[in-house]
Unconditional design. Structure first.
Lengths: 115, 114
């Protein structure tokens, strides 16, 4: 049973437009959420995170929104650039989930930004 | 070298072989992790080491044997693997597993078991 779900395996966006990547979770004990980006032949790299005490966290072109009541988070990239083309993983952790360090990952969404 | 490095990057082995994957982190972190990523599946945590002590074994078969001689190095010893063990094996590290912080990943070892 997947506790972190990324229901869109892929997303295609035009350069300059907004990319919105979605993630849903089922475990209400999760209280820390992260987004990772992965290029082919490389390991995932940390992008941005959000604690459950917040509903928004922004870092440059990247913003993560958290809706705890809906158990939903999203990553917004604006404006999207061709170099953003990668697989994006949503991950969650929490003391209630067993430990702070235990990250539960979604399957990922492949983002393609067309020039 | 910076960050988290893994060797080899690619490995092909038979089911009767014994091989080892190596991970090294140059970040001064205290926790190291092994993950497995199979095709079309999420990353699965395998093992966690905190200050060289194993703190998590996520029901991993005994044909995978981790070793952490110090906080900077992590090995995954492989023996009598099965073809379904073919996957990308990722190593990660983090500063302190007891507080929220991101994990830094290596590039992974692409393992193929024939």
């Amino acid at each position: 049973d997947q506790q972190v779900k990324q229901n869109s395996p892929s997303l295609r966006v035009q350069e300059g437009r907004i990319s919105i990547l979605n993630c849903d979770y089922t475990n209400s004990m999760f209280d820390y959420f992260l987004w990772y980006k992965k290029y082919p032949a490389e390991g995932p790299t940390f992008l941005i995170s959000i604690s459950s005490i917040k509903d928004k966290n922004e870092d440059g072109r990247f913003t993560v929104f958290l809706n705890k009541s809906a158990k939903h988070l999203s990553l917004h990239i604006v404006p999207s650039q061709p170099g953003d083309s990668a697989v994006y993983f949503c991950a969650a952790s929490g003391r209630g989930g067993g430990s702070n360090y235990k990250l539960t990952f979604g399957k990922g969404t492949l983002l393609t930004v067309n020039p | 070298e910076t960050g988290v490095t893994q060797t080899p990057r690619h490995l092909v082995m038979g089911m009767t072989n014994k091989k080892s994957l190596k991970c090294e982190q140059h970040l001064g972190h205290n926790a190291m992790y092994w993950y497995k990523q199979s095709a079309k599946k999420p990353l699965e945590l395998m093992f966690v080491y905190n200050f060289k002590e194993q703190t998590e074994n996520n029901s991993v078969p005994s044909r995978f044997s981790p070793e952490c001689p110090n906080s900077s190095h992590l090995f995954l010893h492989l023996h009598t693997l099965q073809p379904e063990d073919s996957a990308l094996y990722l190593c990660a590290s983090s500063q302190d597993p007891d507080i929220y912080n991101e994990q830094f990943f290596g590039p992974g070892t692409r393992l193929t078991v024939l």
